[in-house]
Design a protein around this ligand. Structure first.
Ligand SMILES: C[S@@+](CC[C@H](N)C(=O)[O-])C[C@H]1O[C@@H](n2cnc3c(N)ncnc32)[C@H](O)[C@@H]1O
Length: 276
């Protein structure tokens, strides 16, 4: 699960949550999620789904996706909790065109609510909202911004519950020994009763110093998200395994899901649950 590599510097503003200045400072470092081969397929798919309409990114961060989307001429707005993250958007090509509102995506409304063609929330960030009520509020807030027929997209990992044998609560995602007795171990620790989980990062540097960093999340199975969408007056339109729109299967480690806002606030009648 993604998360900050470093945190807790004394000049960090607590209001910036888990993504304060010390995290924002390295968030855009090259490689990984910032590699063009990761970003561009997402931007291509989002541009298609927007179909020429206005787009809103929940938890827009440093504009990793929103800024390149804006360079394509797509009108993009964003909501972001962390001032430190949002401050970096304008430095990116296209970033000047992204209208950012500081606030919480569970409740913040931006101008033009009810007119957006697409709201999207990527890079596992639905899981940063650590209660079921809060996650439902995210779906409701997305629906409130969409025009009827508009789309809400989420990109998120599938919880690794199939890798948990009875009696075990921990799944490693990276074990990377380095030189000189340094190394990194990353693991998720699940509470299958509460659906809370933590991502844990243990880093040891060659000087023998170690750091243990733990970030809280809440997981939801895709079917629970479909129910949240239904509560918010939307229904599933697509569920893909990735941005390339490949089929979602039992072995998929993530999903890119798209729900469509139905004409009536109560959700209207659902004609079919078929999605592809
Ligand atoms: C993993 S980053 C993703 C940023 C960006 N969407 C991207 O793909 O690079 C998660 C972002 O979500 C923001 N965030 C977390 N909870 C939020 C909330 N409730 N409302 C708005 N932003 C939130 C964090 O401040 C952080 O910038």
């Amino acid at each position: 699960m993604n998360g900050p590599a470093v945190a807790g510097r004394s000049d960090d503003d607590p209001a910036d949550g888990w993504f304060p200045e010390s995290v924002a400072a390295t968030y855009d470092d090259p490689g990984g999620a910032n590699a063009p081969e990761v970003i561009m397929p997402a931007v291509d798919a989002l541009q298609d789904l927007a179909a020429g309409g206005r787009v809103l990114e929940f938890a827009v961060g440093t504009g990793r996706i929103a800024a390149p989307l804006a360079t394509r001429g797509v009108p993009v707005s964003g909501i972001e909790l962390s001032q430190a993250m949002a401050a970096r958007i304008t430095a990116k090509p296209g970033g000047d065109a992204v209208e950012v509102t500081l606030g919480d995506m569970t409740a913040t409304r931006v101008g033009g609510a009810g007119e957006f063609s697409l709201v999207y929330l990527v890079f596992n960030t639905i899981s940063n909202v650590t209660t079921q009520d809060g996650q439902v509020d995210v779906f409701r807030n997305a629906a409130a911004h969409l025009r009827p027929g508009g789309l809400f997209l989420i990109e998120v990992g599938v919880p690794s519950l199939r890798r948990l044998p009875p009696g075990q609560d921990t799944v490693p995602f990276t074990v990377a020994p380095g030189g000189n007795r340094s190394g990194y171990v990353g693991f998720d620790q699940y509470d299958v009763v509460t659906q809370e989980f933590t991502s844990n990062h243990v880093t040891v540097t060659p000087d023998g110093k170690g750091r243990f960093h733990r970030i809280p999340f809440r997981y939801a199975w895709p079917a629970e998200m479909d129910l949240m969408a239904r509560i918010a007056g939307m229904r599933l339109k697509h569920r893909w395994a990735d941005w390339d729109r490949s089929a979602y299967t039992a072995d998929s480690s993530k999903h890119v899901s798209v729900w469509e806002k139905l004409p009536s606030p109560e959700g209207g009648t659902q004609s079919s649950s078929t999605a592809n």
